[in-house]
Write a protein of this length. Sequence first.
Length: 83
Amino acid sequence: MNESRTNFQLIESTPITLANNPAHKMVYNEFDQGDIFKEMEIYTIIGNKAYGVSYIAEGSKFNSYLPTAEKTIDSLQIYRGSS
């Protein structure tokens, strides 16, 4: 199915590292009933498990809190225990 979302604007889509693993980051605006929210999502796959982290803020406040969000994300560790 090919679906178009009119309330979505992709700003950035880049490969990065999350917890020392290859990952992908997307940053986009989402419009909801006149409000603008900016979102950053980062995903990685380790073995057969997917891990993700998101940061969402009002569009006007996103950059103000971004350093704190990035510091928190950079501190994440993923332990590969036995299942």
